[in-house]
Design a protein around this ligand. Structure first.
Ligand SMILES: *Cc1c(COP(=O)(O)O)cnc(C)c1O
Length: 369
């Protein structure tokens, strides 16, 4: 039996009539850019998150870029962040001429090691950009304490953590802004690219909104340099349908994750995910660790058996070629470097079945011997 890493077709089958009607509605209206569908979805997301405003944008990457422009990030400014993530968490900082300061991970949760943040703060530090990786919230309690003490902004990369909570609070709403991605494979995925800025009380909604449309609130009057980065109406209509199921899907992912934990509980060679105190994780990925020398052969074996697995991410940002100019070298951030040689993300999605999970677990356990 083959088991895909993610089965979006299975999800579509469960909501097909609603989705098809939502798309048809937009096509009939011929209103594709912003408009009612986007406004409705933004309002629904603000209600879901219990925050004043949200802003639909073209991608999660753009949500990060616009958030960083929102705090007026300048060339030479430093942003403290974590290197185990998708490239955009770091590259949006450098695209504005600022400097990402990469801090090692907490090896238990794969999120930023909050104990190392303060010693890396300088007079140029402007913000902290934690990543809630795999659906696990970073330690926002500690991060907010440090940020308040040093007067720093906080931008939460919640692209993998829609609906995750830290001590009952939604991640993405604790810092100044939070970013979401609606890339199709995310827990709340559209049928194309999309993203959102979650806007907390302290953030400047009007400024962020202008940045989305070339820096002006009114067409052809531009107060600042901005972008063309709008969530499109078809995506908003689809996402409004899917939002109704998000909590149910996230709960199913948690249940699925706990079932894997159970299947692997007696296997010494496997380290299963842990949830940090106060965290409600949404398991965008279910990532285990295996002994380093067995990771590559296991990866190949699972691919051969048509079990969908991935390495998120094979190269930490501080060792990416595009950041070579920052001067990091192998050995600088030992925990993340160790992690990337041991991690492997297994199939997980709300519709995966017990027998599929058993097949995945059995194949892994048999291979490890
Ligand atoms: C997906 C993702 C992004 C970027 O989202 P896009 O919509 O693909 O631009 C940023 N950060 C993290 C951690 C992500 O997983």
């Amino acid at each position: 039996m083959s088991v895909p890493q993610l089965d979006l077709k299975a999800q579509y089958q469960t909501i097909k009539s609603e989705i098809d009607a939502a798309i048809a509605d937009v096509v009939a209206s011929q209103h594709f850019i912003l408009g009612e569908k986007v406004k409705n979805f933004e309002r629904e997301m603000a209600e879901y998150y219990q925050i004043p405003q949200t802003l639909g944008v073209a991608s999660g990457s753009d949500a990060l870029l616009i958030s960083l422009r929102g705090i007026d990030l300048q060339p030479g400014d430093e942003v403290i962040t974590c290197p185990l993530t998708f490239i955009a968490s770091g590259s949006m900082i450098t695209l504005l001429g600022a400097v990402p300061v990469f801090i090692d991970i907490d090896p238990a949760t794969y999120t930023i090691d909050v104990n190392q943040i303060e010693k890396r703060i300088t007079s140029r530090t402007k913000a902290i950009l934690p990543i809630h990786l795999y659906g696990q919230p970073a330690n926002m309690t500690a991060i907010m304490k440090i940020a308040q003490k040093h007067h720093l902004f906080v931008i939460e990369d919640a692209c993998q953590a829609v609906g995750a909570k830290h001590f009952g609070r939604n991640v993405g709403t604790i810092g100044n802004t939070g970013t979401l991605s609606f890339f199709p494979s995310k827990n709340l995925g559209g049928y194309g690219d999309g993203g959102m800025v979650l806007i907390n009380h302290e953030a400047d909604y009007e400024k962020l909104r202008k940045l989305r449309t070339h820096g002006g609130a009114h067409k052809y009057y531009n107060e600042m340099l901005g972008y063309n980065s709008r969530l499109d109406a078809i995506q908003a209509a689809i996402l409004s349908v899917k939002l109704k199921y998000l909590d149910q899907w996230n709960a199913a992912r948690r249940k699925r994750a706990y079932f894997y934990n159970e299947l692997f509980k007696d296997v010494e060679q496997i380290i299963t995910p842990v949830e940090a105190k106060g965290n409600e994780c949404v398991y965008h990925q279910y990532t285990i660790r295996v002994p380093r020398e067995k990771r590559e052969p296991l990866f190949t074996h699972l691919k051969d058996k048509q079990i969908g697995v991935q390495i998120y991410f094979p190269v930490p940002l501080h060792l990416q070629q595009c950041f070579a100019y920052l001067g990091y070298k192998t050995g600088d951030l030992p925990e993340v470097e160790k992690a990337v040689s041991e991690i492997i993300s297994l199939p997980i999605y709300p519709e995966i079945t017990d027998s599929q999970q058993e097949e995945v677990a059995e194949t892994i356990i048999n291979f490890l011997g």
